[in-house]
Ligand binder design. Structure first.
Ligand code: HEC
Length: 251
């Protein structure tokens, strides 16, 4: 092999990979054309657009600047690339208590529309957070009084997130095994003036002191609570287990 062949071979093999992995997906995902719900096939109508709620923008920035993406992904992979739909409540809820339905689905390109960067994450040291705003309230509901209102459950879920961010090893379940870092610097420790604030965290801060969430912690918790990517997608994009005849992919 002479040098020319070697240089050509090298360029060719790296070039093909670069085209297939970078260039083609970039042009395919840059400006995806809208997908519509089909009449008679889907329950919904019109053009598919994922739902968004809450103070997303600020919380997304706090998420980014604290490097949560270093350990947490936000992508429920296609089933041909991994069994994310089979992981408990990653893609949605296997049994949504409100609708009685299986809401699990894969992530799609529209889940990230409008974001500067898709927070798909670097590693998966911690669980995927694509549906953490669905999963944590559902976990609380499973243990709560059956008469508890949706508002009460949401409030308890927020408290859980605050305690988790303040110190993941402090949660009432005594999760001393957790390796999620503490983000206690997003909270303020202050002296109790008069009565203890109703917003104070349910943690022992020492005599006469209380701990309240700072602005960034509030934005981050709103963002985490908003992470619900399990709204129905058009049948043409739906590969969820609920949609497949026979076979359950729990595992
Ligand atoms: C060093 C890696 C690491 C970093 C950085 C990290 N986490 Fe975690 N996180 C974990 C691990 C491991 C778990 C699983 C243990 C647990 O549940 O506490 C976890 C669990 C969680 C959970 C609970 C998920 C569930 O389904 O119960 C939430 C919520 C969470 N992290 C949020 C965050 C946020 C928000 C940030 C950034 C401010 C962050 N994490 C940064 C490793 C990390």
């Amino acid at each position: 092999m002479n040098f020319r062949q070697f240089a050509f071979g090298l360029t060719f093999s790296f070039g093909i990979a670069w085209l297939a992995v970078v260039i083609v997906p970039f042009f395919k995902m840059r400006n995806p054309s809208p997908v519509s719900f089909q009449e008679g096939v889907d329950e919904n109508a019109g053009i598919y657009h994922p739902k968004r709620t809450g103070r997303l923008a600020n919380g997304y920035e706090v998420y980014a600047e604290n490097g949560c993406y270093q350990c947490h992904t936000q992508v429920v992979r296609n089933t041909d690339a991994g069994n994310d739909l089979g992981r408990p409540d990653w893609g949605g809820l296997k049994l949504d208590a409100d609708t009685g339905k299986d809401t699990r689905r894969e992530s799609n390109v529209f889940d990230y529309s409008g974001l500067d960067f898709a927070p798909i994450g670097v590693t998966r040291l911690g669980p995927d957070l694509m549906n953490v705003g669905r999963r944590v309230p559902a976990r609380i509901r499973a243990k709560a009084d059956p008469d508890a209102s949706a508002g009460e459950i949401d409030g308890q879920a927020r408290d859980w997130f605050y305690r988790h961010l303040y110190n993941p090893r402090l949660s009432p379940e005594l999760r001393d095994w957790s390796s999620c870092p503490s983000f206690s610097f997003l909270f303020e420790e202050r002296e109790i003036t008069g009565e203890r604030s109703s917003e104070a965290l349910d943690v022992d801060a020492g005599p006469g002191m209380e701990i309240v969430a700072g602005e960034k912690a509030r934005a981050l918790v709103s963002y985490l609570m908003s992470l619900k990517h399990d709204d129905p997608v058009p049948a043409s994009m739906d590969f969820s287990p609920a949609d497949q005849s026979g076979g359950d992919s729990e595992g």
